[in-house]
Design a protein around this ligand. Sequence first.
Ligand SMILES: [Zn+2]
Length: 149
Amino acid sequence: MTPSPKAFSPTGRPVKYLEKEKFTNGINKIIAFSKFLFYKIMIPRYNAKRLEVMIVDDPNAPFLAAYQKEESLDSGSTIWFNFALLGSDWFERDFMTHSSILSLIIHEFAHQVESDHLSEKYYLALSDIGADIFTLLSANPASFDQFKT
Ligand SMILES: [Zn+2]
């Protein structure tokens, strides 16, 4: 999904968000995992600032996930996950055995670099981020234990 002008909604139209009281352990784990990977990879490699993770719960919002790069030095990037379309089971999966979790996060993080899926910059970012995650995991596997289920 291509980023839109600013924050609030990735589509430019209002979307429904999941209330914080309804966050499951799996949702909180995905939020923490996204922030961990952003901090370890996106900040040093791309000089990104910080990440906000939003949980949409809207079957009419046309995305599984979306991403918007920060637009000023003091605001952060945002990733949205659509609980209604991903399904509750998706959030409970273990990233070590279900590649769809890292696949989705890598796809969205690469939009920090480029919104156009067909650009060279975008596919280079995909491979760089994927390789960085492997290197990070190889160097310090214990740091990933908290995100396993
Ligand atoms: Zn995309």
